[in-house]
Design a protein around this ligand. Sequence first.
Ligand code: NAD
Length: 450
Amino acid sequence: MNASLLIQKQKQFFQTGKTKEIAFRMNSLQSLKDGIKANEDKLLQALQEDLNKSEFEAYTSEIGIVLEEIRFTLKKLQSWAKPKKVKTPMTHIGSSSYIYSEPYGVAFIIAPWNYPFQLAIAPLIGAIAAGNCAILKPSELTPKTSEVLQNLISESFPKEYLTVVQGGVEESQTLLEENFDYIFFTGSVPVGKIIMESAAKTLTPVTLELGGKSPCIVHEDAHIQLAAKRIAWGKFMNAGQTCVAPDYLYVHKNIKKEFMKCFHQAIQELYGKEPLKNPNYTRIVSEKHFIRLQSFVQHGTIAIGGKTDKDTLTIEPTVLEGVSWEDAIMKDEIFGPILPVLEYDRLSNVIEDIHNHPNPLALYVFSEDTNVQQKVVNSVSFGGGCINDTVYHITSPYLPFGGVGTSGVGAYHGKGSFDTFSHQKSILKQTTRFDIPLRYPNVKNGLKKI
Ligand code: NAD
């Protein structure tokens, strides 16, 4: 089916009103959950083939996380979907006010390759919950997972409701020429700009979940051992190919030596002494990205790791010292298992450096001092983050997840996803028992009985 016909069919299906029924939405979410469970082994296999993701990582960061999101959404959907009665000002006496959440119509979801299952399904959950139809385009760089995704969706849903279109840039752009009612994009900043430009032609609303360089600050009073462990986990899972992974560290000079010792230990505990020989260590998605990352290892001096293997497309967890903002590695998001460590003396200098660069998607600060924590949180603009942890904020359905500035537009997860895919329609219900004439020109009497 060509793109125009597909969208036309989805628009027709949307117009039947079926997708707006709460029971239909709940059944669809349940079918999605059943479909995921039935395809679990195939998904694990596909994720292993596409990225060498271990079963543990694939389950926790891809499958388990979306099953939990479905469970949470099923529990809350009825209350989210009810029209909300809100206050009415005295000037509107006699009337009452409501906000109706209504679906946009046909949504286009474009997903990246780094968590190819989770980042395709998580927005889809929001689209279904809000009552939309959707076309999902997964990444061409993870073809095995895309295939399982396509089969899973086509086995569970009719095309005119939910469907997967596989392909790369060309297919994505062909679809973008159509008139969607909502576009939800996860990917890089440059492509995000292309998507927004294209959506502007039809004034289609967008959510852009983008990336950028996410700083991580380890202050001199931090719990060093825990910081080392939690940073190593957040940075090197999925071989650093995580949009919210710490991109670079700022470590206070007084604790740097001890931190580096603990950090080395933490990496070894996670991946062993020879990570490249660890069968559970995720690989780099493509040769192009491998070569890009390999060039970064030339910067500064290697403090930890540094070995690479072109045959298996793997790069050791690598820590660099002696890197400056002038080096290429500090210009763009690293998106791999390489971590530059910068040293600092004054926190205000760190904040100033971060201010001089685009708004991060995430920021992490490790400190036992509430004043330090609050100073960082309140003085830097970033999407979201953690105090004394990394990455974990994105797994809470109570915390909307998204960027700010160049790291993104809009947010999702939990109710955030339902809201993202819903238009808030405001309704004033007026009485007909009386009419206040004050708004009409040339009216002298007060209340007028009808
Ligand atoms: P990408 O922007 O290259 O591709 C993302 C999707 O867009 C893919 O499906 C791709 O086929 C499509 N695409 C690529 N070029 C296009 C074009 N010119 N026109 C239309 N569609 C196009 O991103 P990627 O390499 O898959 O993912 C890595 C990036 O995504 C990183 O920058 C990372 O930070 C970001 N990311 C962000 C989040 C988040 O939630 N904020 C999550 C994961 C990844």
